[in-house]
Write a protein that binds this ligand. Structure first.
Ligand SMILES: C[S@@+](CC[C@H](N)C(=O)[O-])C[C@H]1O[C@@H](n2cnc3c(N)ncnc32)[C@H](O)[C@@H]1O
Length: 388
């Protein structure tokens, strides 16, 4: 992965929670000295969508126009000023969460130290499905992303009548995504095989109408693919790195998915914690691919899952080993016994492997005072976490 600026606390796109999830309703304000949340200007959707991309319905609530470049940091907010927390101009001024997705993100406020890029990248384990991001000038020819004939049937099965949309995203990844260093040029010819079909296969593990949070989306994998394959889902892409969220916001706009997909710029723990400005996020299903080993992933993602909901992590061949190694940690974090499932059996070869963890209990952080007391022998037999 290439270097990126990092930020925290930006969301763009729609809210909406079809099956009882928590809507995001950030309000405008910023703590003095805290990273300023972000916004960008919004203007109407382009009148003519690109070829293969469905027109955005007239009632689509979000739209936008670029007001900056991908790498252009947003102006820092004056300390203590009230700053909006989302990209876009709210459609309903009373509800700043529901805002337009800009064609280009603009106000990327980059508070030093909000997220340590080195740490974020170190956190990103590179399993067999990981996309390499290597800043590069190489452009892929769209021909390279043409759906290989031998995968056409699988693609039709997984994307159905949204296949054109998937093709538009594949092309975006292979062109803009490569140019902007979000995906390695060597990935372009295998975008369908390694990325789109694998991610789309996960959809069979997600119930109808679910609210999905995708942690560490990178260039949109698997969250954007799921949104393409499953128009019934409401998807939030959670990603801390500014260049990636810029790409994501543009991709959502380009693909006409602004009604069902939004982008949260920040880390998983920031999304789960919320702030004075942004309500904590939660979803029925939390997805992740190539973000972290299972124990760390569970620590980041389970707090985002509604009780009874699931973490669904796309993993490689080491899934069973990861379960064996981390099952205990996962249960300590409030998860059930992790299970390995294969997706896309009989459709893609090999099938995709996911680890699923049900959030069985809500486990809070260890309280510092109590922990200190225990370490002085003040209390015996205490648990590492408390249930709320
Ligand atoms: C190897 S990339 C994988 C991207 C994408 N999921 C894919 O499969 O192509 C890992 C991503 O996780 C993000 N990430 C790392 N730590 C994170 C955290 N604590 N919360 C949310 N995202 C994180 C990184 O910024 C990076 O985009």
């Amino acid at each position: 992965m290439t270097h990126d600026e990092t930020t925290a606390g930006a969301v763009s796109g729609p809210g909406g929670t079809p099956s009882g999830p928590s809507p995001v309703r950030p309000e405008l304000a910023a703590e003095p000295g805290e990273p300023a949340p972000l916004f960008s200007d919004a203007t109407p959707e382009p009148a003519t969508p690109p070829p293969g991309v469905p027109a955005v319905p007239a009632d689509a609530p979000f739209s936008g126009t670029p007001s900056g470049t991908a790498d252009e940091p947003a102006p820092a907010a004056p300390a203590g000023s009230a700053e909006p927390a989302f990209s876009g101009t709210p459609t309903d001024p009373a509800d700043p969460a529901f805002v337009d997705v800009p064609v280009e993100p603009a106000f990327v406020d980059v508070p030093a130290g909000a997220v340590d890029p080195a740490a974020a990248l170190a956190d990103a384990t590179d399993d067999s499905a990981a996309v390499e991001s290597e800043g590069s000038d190489e452009r892929s020819s769209p021909a390279e992303v043409t759906l290989p004939p031998e995968l056409a049937e699988a693609a039709r099965t997984l994307f159905g009548d949204r296949l054109d949309l998937a093709a538009a995203y594949a092309e975006l990844l292979a062109t803009d995504g490569v140019v902007r260093g979000l995906i390695g040029p060597r990935e372009a010819p295998r975008i369908w095989e390694r990325h789109l079909l694998n991610c789309a296969a996960m959809a069979e593990r997600i119930p109808e109408g679910a609210t999905v949070l995708d942690v560490g989306s990178g260039a949109g994998l698997p969250g954007l693919v799921l949104a393409i394959a499953r128009p019934d889902l409401t998807v939030t892409l959670i990603e801390p790195l500014a260049r990636r969220t810029s790409f994501l916001i543009e991709a959502v706009q380009h693909l006409g998915l602004t009604r069902m997909v939004r982008v949260f710029r920040g880390r998983a723990d920031e999304a789960a914690a919320g702030s004075r400005d942004i309500a904590p996020l939660s979803g029925d299903i939390v997805t992740a691919r190539a973000v972290a080993p299972l124990d760390r992933l569970a620590a980041w993602c389970l707090p985002l899952v509604v009780p009874g909901g699931r973490l669904v992590a796309l993993k490689g061949a080491t899934a069973a080993d990861e379960v064996a190694e981390h099952a205990e940690a996962v249960t300590r974090l409030g998860g059930g016994q992790p299970e390995v499932h294969r997706c896309g059996v009989g459709v893609i070869e090999p099938p995709a492997t996911v680890i699923e963890v049900v959030r069985e209990r809500v486990v809070g952080p260890v309280r510092k005072k109590a922990a200190a007391k225990r370490s002085r022998g003040g209390r015996r037999g205490g648990r590492g976490g408390r249930d709320r």
